[in-house]
Design a protein around this ligand. Structure first.
Ligand code: ADP
Ligand code: MG
Ligand code: MG
Length: 878
């Protein structure tokens, strides 16, 4: 063992050696080597820690001569002697892992003091109070972390002493009182059967061993588990000669950030205490003062601090979190590291540093995470806030909301219109609740998963949702929620945290989102780097406007059926569905066309020439009709009132007959998608006409328009051929009629395994593909999403049968393989074919990285996820 170098001098280290010297040690070395005022010291490596766990006594023996030698160097550097009867050298023993890891050993200050050296320190400093104060701190810390005695007992003695002397602060204790306290401390150690070593060398050896030992304390092990930090990193030990902040009022200690860690503003931010040692600032014994006040107390030190901290920031090119101590007017730096910051500060700092020419744009983008972006787009709860959590569910849609509990969508709408904040609470939601979801601030359901109706709609609307909160017993009749023995009534206030899946009683303050100019600028850096474009899914002109605001460069999925669900349109749609012949159907379709054209005008105009991918009608027709039992109920009611022969009843019977005849045992795989357009061509013809009439009018007005017409659920070449011919004819006819040429593409969604497998054929007719990965995941796995989510998928993930929910994170091996085949074969036939993705995966960072690898042109996601996707697209390149 003796040949191994276990101990490093500062001169032998630098900031890049974190895995060997720990974060603290590597940065101390770096600061020393660039000439900053760091007290002399040395570092025992993480390798020594690892070796300690192999052979404890052997390692300590092997390390010891090297420690001795480094201590000798420190003695000559400081002109002091360790254990010396004159001018004694004291050190701190500090733990420091390669990654920041609270939960390990605390630092010991003032090591080297005993009955003799404390007198020597008093003599050397000319300050008895200071020497005794340092001694009692040392005994306290050493007993705590090396001897593992109860911290509280010492605190109690200290409090008693202050009471006895009638003072409030530690530093006001008289030397006599401190001497008495030290005696009590030592006695207490003895009475607990422990030995307080008098010999400074023994103190040092045991302290070093305690740091190594602390690597495997239960709290350290648990912390590593939670944070997924490997167990085999080990911790380094820094031994640093003491500098004293507790020598009087020209001394002090503090912590500062080079920028404001909450806002990112460029200003020195931090706190300090006069006449104190390091741990006092964080321990909260005295209230520290804002760093700005240091200027009045010690103008020169303050100036020096400004100079050195900005130098450090220039050197590390990131915001620094710095510990310092002032001894008799001289400033020392004791630690620096990259500072933790809020999402808002992360963006501001990154963008400012580009403006200051400190970092390049790609580095700025790298410093912001998708989670940061998510936080910035939605109101959030302060994570540090104490809260009374009522129940936990799934974090189905991010953000936080506060509002009155309501149970009915109609009431949510009514209260919402009058400006009240409401939380819609339902066992689960259905498309009938959509107006309530619109009006509510947030949604809470007791059933349903991350892709339940409530979750999907809430994410689309950018509203928080907690779903599957099974602890809630919701009684819609009485309008109450029962949780255990607690009852929550209508109009009581709840706070939801959809980012963490929490339901909290009462109202908590929210941190408001900020789509700031800095944020916009950061995303523009991301766009410069990204290869993928980000488009948005949107069905209305409002969606399209929002998509543009968030920087979408196209609409990747405009679902036309959503346009028919609106209250005033649904009856016309139902007419169309219930039609008994073509003539009736065409009559209804002509009325629908007027409405649909209006929507297209709005969306195309909002998108200012960016492509708009319009998907023709997709769901099975019975989805537009009320359910049969509901219709029967309404008919029975009319009959009871003696109105069984009224036209209304007749109409309902007609709908019921139709609904009955359209019933399917597996609608997901039934009469839907392009199958509708093939069997009832007039439906798709109407939609295509609406598209071209709207586009033609806009082009004639000088607005640039680019519709991409998308056929859903295509599985065969023949389907694609016929549909494409239909579009071609209408386009030509319209051009002849109006004299206006509209540029357009015809393509298909790839959402069936067969479509992916015959993509080479489909590309003969299709000018673009868009992967509909929601349905493609369903059809590839053979999972019906609605059934799988609630019944077994969560269990599958928990039991590790599946690594992840494939509806959240794209399954690369299966679904991803189909994507690969489709991309390759599609390009084989039509090299310039446009390919993108419009499933919900389009907003998921890891799925975006996969799309980047496939070389897709774009990902399309909900407008609210566009910023996250823009960042993720750039991070996929970096
Ligand atoms: P932590 O990781 O808990 O911050 P540190 O090792 O950084 O532990 O030290 C705790 C406190 O003691 C800090 O305020 C630090 O600045 C101070 N400190 C550490 N070593 C010395 C020293 N040699 N002289 C003066 N103060 C020190
Ligand atoms: Mg520290
Ligand atoms: Mg689909």
């Amino acid at each position: 063992m003796s040949v191994v170098q276990w101990v490093y001098e500062y001169e032998q280290g630098n900031a890049s050696m974190k895995s060997l010297l720990g974060g603290k040690g590597a940065n101390l070395a770096q600061m020393w080597n660039i000439g900053l005022p760091v007290p002399p010291g040395f570092i025992l490596t993480t390798e020594a820690c690892k070796a300690y766990w192999e052979d404890r006594a052997g390692l300590l023996d092997a390390v010891w001569p090297q420690v001795r030698q480094s201590m000798k160097r420190m003695e000559s550097a400081t002109g002091k002697t360790f254990g010396g009867k004159e001018n004694p050298l004291l050190v701190s023993v500090r733990s420091g892992a390669p990654v920041s890891m609270p939960g390990m050993m605390d630092t010991i200050l003032n090591l080297g003091l005993n009955g003799d050296t404390v007198e020597a320190l008093a003599a050397a400093s000319g300050d008895e109070r200071f020497a005794l104060d340092s001694y009692r701190r040392f005994i306290q810390m050493y007993s705590d972390v090396v001897l593992e005695l109860e911290h509280g007992d010492f605190e109690f003695c200290l409090a008693q002493a202050k009471k006895e002397q009638g003072c409030r602060h530690d530093h006001e204790l008289s030397p006599e009182m401190l001497r008495k306290l030290v005696g009590q401390y030592l006695q207490m150690v003895q009475s607990k059967g422990k030995v307080f070593p008098e010999d400074p060398w023994e103190q040092l050896r045991l302290a070093i061993e305690a740091v190594f030992r602390s690597w495997n304390t239960p709290r350290a092990v648990t912390y590593r588990q939670i944070q997924r930090i490997p167990d085999d990193l080990g911790t380094a030990v820094s031994v640093v000669s003491m500098v004293y902040g507790n020598l009087g009022n020209d001394c002090g200690t503090g912590v500062c950030f080079t920028r404001n860690p909450a806002t990112g503003e460029r200003e020195l931010f931090g706190e300090f205490l006069l006449n104190a040692q390091g741990e006092d600032v964080v321990a909260g014994i005295r209230t520290p003062r804002p760093i700005q006040e240091l200027k009045a107390d010690m103008p020169e030190v303050h100036g020096e601090l400004l100079r050195l901290t900005s130098l450090l920031e220039q050197h590390y090119k990131d915001m620094q979190d710095i510990e310092f101590t002032v001894e008799r007017g001289k400033l020392y730096l004791l630690q620096t590291r990259n500072g933790k910051r809020t999402a808002k500060a992360a963006v501001r700092v990154a963008v400012d540093m580009v403006r200051e020419n400190l970092i390049p744009k790609d580095e700025a983008v790298r410093r912001v995470t998708p989670e940061n972006v998510e936080q910035l787009l939605h109101p959030q709860l302060d994570p540090n806030l104490p809260m009374n959590v009522l129940a936990r569910g799934l974090p189905a849609s991010p953000g936080a909301a506060v509002g009155k509990v309501v149970f009915q969508a109609d009431e949510a709408e009514k209260l919402g219109r009058s400006g009240e904040a409401v939380i819609l609470v339902r066992p689960e939601t259905t498309p009938d609740d959509i107006h309530g979801l619109f009006a509510a601030q947030g949604v809470l359901t007791s059933h349903g998963g991350m892709t339940s109706h409530a979750a999907v709609v809430a994410r689309g609307l950018g509203k928080p949702c907690v779903s599957g909160c099974e602890a809630l017993d919701i009684d819609l009749q009485r309008e109450t929620i029962r949780v255990g023995d607690r009852i929550i009534r209508k109009h009581e206030i709840l706070t939801l945290d959809g980012s963490r899946g929490l339901v909290v009683l009462g109202s908590l303050p929210l941190i408001q989102p900020s789509f700031t100019d800095d944020f916009r600028e950061l995303l523009s850096f991301a766009d410069e780097i990204a290869a993928l474009e980000v488009w948005a899914n949107g069905d209305t002109p409002e969606d399209a406007k929002r998509a543009r605001e968030f920087g979408a460069r196209g609409i990747g999925l405009c679902r036309t059926e959503h346009m028919f669900m609106q209250a005033e349109r649904l009856p016309v749609m139902q007419e169309m569905v219930a039609a008994t012949d073509r003539e009736e159907r065409v009559a209804a379709l002509n009325r629908l066309k007027v409405m649909q054209k209006d929507d297209f005008l709005g969306i195309f105009e909002a998108m200012q020439g960016f492509p708009v991918t319009v998907r023709l009608l997709d769901p099975p027709l019975h989805e537009f009709l009320p359910k049969v039992p509901e219709l029967q109920g309404r008919i029975a009611e009319l009959e009871k009132k003696g109105q069984g022969d009224a036209p209304e009843a007749e109409h309902l019977r007609r709908l019921a007959r139709k609904a009955e005849s359209l019933r399917e045992s597996n609608p997901m795989l039934g009469f839907r998608g392009c199958r509708l357009g093939i069997i009832y061509p007039e439906i798709y013809e109407m939609q295509v006409e609406a598209i071209f009439e709207a586009a033609g009018e806009l082009v004639a007005r000088g607005v640039s328009v680019h519709p991409d017409i998308m056929m859903p659920l295509v599985g065969t070449l023949e389907e694609m051929k016929r549909l494409r011919a239909m579009v071609g004819e209408i386009a030509e006819r319209e051009e002849k009629r109006t004299g206006v040429r509209v540029p357009y593409l015809v393509g298909t969604m790839i959402e069936l395994p067969r479509a992916a497998l015959v993509a080479g054929q489909l590309a003969q007719e299709a000018e673009f593909f868009s992967f509909g990965t929601n349905d493609l995941t369903q059809t590839t796995f053979g999972y019906s999403r609605d059934d799988a989510e609630g019944k077994f998928l969560a269990e599958y993930v928990r039991l590790h049968v599946l690594p992840e929910n494939p509806f959240h994170v794209l399954d690369r091996d299966g679904v991803g393989r189909l994507l690969e085949i489709a991309v390759q074969d599609g390009r084989g036939t039509r090299p310039a074919i446009q390919i993108g993705i419009c499933g919900e995966h389009g907003g998921n960072p890891s799925s975006i990285a996969f799309c980047h690898k496939l070389g897709l042109k774009y990902v399309s996601c909900s407008p609210f996820r566009v910023p996250v996707a823009r960042l993720s697209a750039a991070l996929s390149v970096l």
